[in-house]
Design a protein. Structure first.
Length: 339
């Protein structure tokens, strides 16, 4: 049996997912579940998802429960503790997609702790895919979600006051190796590499061989009021096709939207590309469109296919993702990068 160290060695040779797919094929009949998610916060989120997957639960339940951990965490920029928009309001975006291609999404929702669960209700209880702003909040309240206080966390309050001094609007996001954290938006207390992200995206394969995904974010700190990124947009921040696999994205959402990033990754997998190669091709598309902009920004994709193979790729060094397929097999992988 492969231990974590030797797995990581295989991984660095690009053989980790190959080993894993053989393992999947070897499990008689059913599929061997796997969940992957963006950034280091994904480790804790994966644990919650794995608890469901290992008991033969549905991948949709796993990806919802997984990212709820991150939404509720006070140590993370996802959720109500995150940085506000320019006008001082925390606005959250999320979307979810199941194995049947059903999907739901909320954009710019305020004072609701678990936007991912509201997105799921939009999917399951309305004839629509997206609800935004006041309407999304109204729907959440009607569904029994509590209205949280209109209050910034202490950290966000401090960062917002700091940002107001210059009010500089220059979206640079998630470039950890630049030493700027979130660039000009970096809250000093979070400028430590692992905690300076606004988003978690998660995709999972369950024991029945079904794939689902979720994505939830506070968006870009100090964004224009009303700005939506890629995270609540199906085909941009998240896409699932149960014939092929699933992908999710993080980083500067505008660049992901312009190439319909996760839809592209899934379509590339349909054409036969392995998850990492499909993510790489999507990153290359971003670079090809605008080299100068790509060089200044971060975008990362992660993906799984129906065989349980996984992979990720990003623009800049510094993006990692968490991979889990066992009670004690939950580890971070540094994504390969273009620049
Ligand atoms: C957005 N993609 O709103 C998100 C931001 C992000 O870690 O991924 N931050 O554009």
């Amino acid at each position: 049996m492969l231990n974590r160290k030797s797995f990581l060695q295989l991984s660095s040779l690009g053989l980790g997912s190959l080993y894993f797919s053989k393992l999947s094929a070897a499990t008689s009949g059913g599929f061997k579940p796997i969940v992957i998610s963006t950034w280091a916060e994904g480790i804790n989120a994966n644990k919650a998802a794995w608890d469901i997957l290992k008991n033969k639960g549905r991948s949709l339940d796993a990806v919802e429960a997984g990212v709820m951990v991150t939404e509720a965490s006070q140590n993370c920029c996802v959720g109500l503790g995150a940085n506000p928009d320019r006008d001082g309001f925390v606005t959250l975006d999320a979307c979810i997609m199941d194995e049947h291609g059903n999907c739901g999404s909320v954009g710019a929702i305020e004072r609701i702790k678990h936007p991912i669960s509201v997105a799921r209700r939009v999917m399951e209880k309305t004839p629509h895919v997206m609800l935004v702003g006041e309407g999304a909040q109204k729907f959440a309240l009607a569904e029994g979600f509590p209205l949280e206080p209109q209050k910034l966390s202490d950290d966000a309050e401090r960062s917002y006051k700091e940002w107001l001094k210059k009010s500089e609007y220059k979206p640079v996001i998630n470039i950890e190796n630049s030493g700027q954290g979130h660039g000009p938006f970096a809250p000093s207390h979070l400028d430590n590499g692992d905690l300076n992200h606004d988003t978690i995206g998660m995709v999972a394969l369950d024991a029945m061989g079904n794939v689902s995904g979720s994505c939830t974010t506070s968006g870009m700190g100090f964004k224009m009021r009303g700005r939506l990124g890629d995270s609540p947009i199906i085909g941009a921040g998240l896409f699932v096709d149960n014939e092929v696999g699933a992908a999710t994205a993080t980083g500067l959402g505008e660049e992901v939207i312009k190439i319909c990033g996760t839809h592209l990754v899934v379509e590339l997998m349909r054409q036969g590309y392995k998850p990492e190669d499909a993510c790489k091709k999507a990153v290359e598309r971003i670079v090809k469109k605008d080299y100068a902009k790509a060089k200044e920004n971060q975008v990362g994709f992660i993906a799984i296919n129906k065989k349980g193979e996984y992979g990720g790729f990003c623009l800049q060094k510094g993006f990692n993702f968490a991979v889990c397929y066992g009670d004690t097999t939950n580890f971070l992988v540094d994504a390969k990068h273009y620049f």
